[in-house]
Design a protein around this ligand. Structure first.
Ligand code: F6R
Length: 234
């Protein structure tokens, strides 16, 4: 595990962006798994800015997202698809043929998960999986005590996760009770994992990473990953 600790939000953003840019330089056709949420926002803005200055490009990359709320499609502004479109895919004008996002409003969610896994396999797995960290240690929507040998699947969202999301939303809305997520098995099979940690409320989950693999803290599944880099804001 490599840990890059930054002491300012700017340093955090630049270190994460440098890391991603270097990765894409070494393999422009990378398959990426990308998170939603507060933590990657400044990274995405930086990647968009660098692309506009022609310092890098995601045009040859293939993009998956990590998770989605059940019942929400791209047209719903609360969906994770809408988020990724707003903050990365649309500003970069990425071609739809290079993007596959989970469809939370698919009529058959099990078939959607299978189709997602088939697409990941078709792309020979994930080259770079970027993760945020939940206050309860979740990665993607893999909540505490979830199995670590699953690929894409439907999950119950924990009360803690739903409460955090409710607090983050400027307007109240009915946070879904279920989500779809790439499983920990898929994350562990990614050739590189970049874990972004920012926020005092992540301290407990961050501390768990100093211990041993523990299903109470899904993030600790990453302790066995051979190419894990953590960029953290202290
Ligand atoms: C979202 C995701 C989640 C978030 C985590 C942290 O796609 O995968 O695991 O990364 O909940 O969210 P923020 O960054 O909002 O603190």
């Amino acid at each position: 595990m490599r840990v890059l600790t930054e002491h300012s939000p700017h340093g955090f953003t630049i270190t994460a962006a440098n890391w991603v840019a270097n990765h894409l330089k070494s393999k422009p056709q990378s398959t990426l798994a990308l998170p939603t949420g507060q933590t990657p926002l400044s990274l995405y803005a930086e990647l968009v800015a660098r692309t506009k200055m022609r310092q890098m490009s995601l045009n040859s990359a293939y993009i998956f997202n990590l998770d989605e709320y059940c019942g929400l499609g791209k047209a719903d502004p609360h969906s994770y698809s809408a988020f990724l479109h707003q903050h990365l895919i649309d500003p970069l004008n990425l071609h739809s043929k290079n993007v596959r996002l989970l469809q939370g409003d698919a009529p058959d969610l099990q078939a959607e998960c299978q189709s997602y896994d088939a697409e990941i396999a078709h792309h020979d797995g994930i080259d770079l999986c970027i993760l945020g960290l939940g206050t309860n240690g979740h990665i993607g929507f893999n909540e505490p005590q979830s199995a670590w040998n699953l690929r894409t699947h439907r999950v119950n969202l924990s009360e803690e996760t739903r409460a955090v999301h409710a607090r983050q939303s400027p307007q109240p809305w009915a946070i879904p009770t279920h989500g779809l997520t790439m499983g920990i098995q898929t994350v562990l099979e990614a050739r590189n994992v970049l874990l972004l940690i920012a926020g005092a409320n992540k301290r407990g989950a961050r501390d768990a990473l100093r211990g041993h693999a523990d299903p109470k803290w899904p993030v600790t599944s990453l302790l066995s990953h051979p190419n894990l880099t953590i960029v953290e804001l202290s």
